[in-house]
Design a protein. Structure first.
Length: 272
């Protein structure tokens, strides 16, 4: 469904294929393990924060437990509802400890764009890990599944509203058009600033290990967070310290199945 000239840049469409399709929301910034770090320091790592919120995520509609006995047959994985079983539970379809979620949507991207699909980013879950996939969603008349694989025999639990799928569009074939090269550092115009940054980082780590509290306020990490070079100059006009990903708008008449969930609170940053 190409866009008309002069319209919005890109559209991402989701068509529910059954009545109780999962809720979709902009991917959340916060992570439990990051919030537990001292002074929530993990949120000062901007690459982590941007990655966490880079796209959209689907949420578990009903809590359930899954237990794998280590066998390769699909029957070796048992799934049990912990709620009222009003939703579609995941299934054991492939065997070998693979837990399969039916996402419940036909997804459409713009021409020549694929969909990157994985589990929630920087979201460790003991005993099971998400599998990632890239799908040509600009033409394929097929839904897809989101799969997790057990790392060992045992049980896991997914709670209601826990994210199980993270996705965003990527340009098809772009990675194959890239000409990767390794060059001498001296060829980069910012090579002197790289050494300045390395020296500053070394000093920061040493003072942090000695327990000096002033280190984070004066440390090297704030430069990248603010989009500044080591000397404090502004390098780029489009630096991002947070992503404002738009929520899906339900354009269907009648009942809205993909009701918007409350936006997660913004994490503390080094500037707070």
């Amino acid at each position: 469904m190409p866009l008309a000239p002069g319209s919005i840049l890109m559209r991402l469409l989701c068509f529910p294929v059954h009545k109780r399709a999962p809720v979709i929301r902009p991917a959340a910034v916060r992570r439990e393990w990051m919030s537990k770090t001292g002074d929530q320091f993990a949120y000062r790592c901007l690459p982590l924060v941007i990655a966490n919120s880079h796209g959209w995520e689907m949420l578990v509609d009903e809590p359930f437990s899954a237990t794998w006995n280590g066998k390769s047959h699909p029957d070796g994985l048992q799934i049990s509802s912990l709620g009222e079983q009003k939703a579609h539970l995941p299934v054991s379809h492939f065997g070998n400890g693979v837990l399969t979620f039916h996402v419940g949507y036909l997804v459409r991207t713009e021409p020549k764009y694929n969909l990157w699909v994985s589990g929630p980013v920087n979201y460790p879950k003991d005993g099971i890990v998400p599998l990632s996939g890239v799908i040509e969603t600009d033409w394929a008349p097929y839904t897809f599944t989101m799969n997790w694989i057990f790392t060992r025999p045992g049980s896991v639990t997914f709670q209601k509203d826990e994210p199980f799928c993270h996705f965003f569009p990527i340009q098809r074939g772009l990675v194959t058009e890239i000409e990767p090269e390794i060059r001498d550092l001296s060829e980069d115009p910012a090579s002197l600033q790289v050494q300045e940054w390395r020296d500053s980082r070394k000093q920061f780590i040493e003072t942090s290990h000695r327990g000096e509290k002033a280190a984070p306020q004066a440390g090297w990490q704030m430069h990248y967070f603010r989009g500044l070079a080591p000397d404090g100059t502004k390098v780029t006009e489009d630096h991002q310290s947070r992503l404002l990903v738009k929520p899906f708008v339900d354009c269907r008449p009648g009942e809205q199945i993909t009701a918007e969930t409350p936006a997660p609170a913004s994490p503390r940053t080094a500037e707070d």
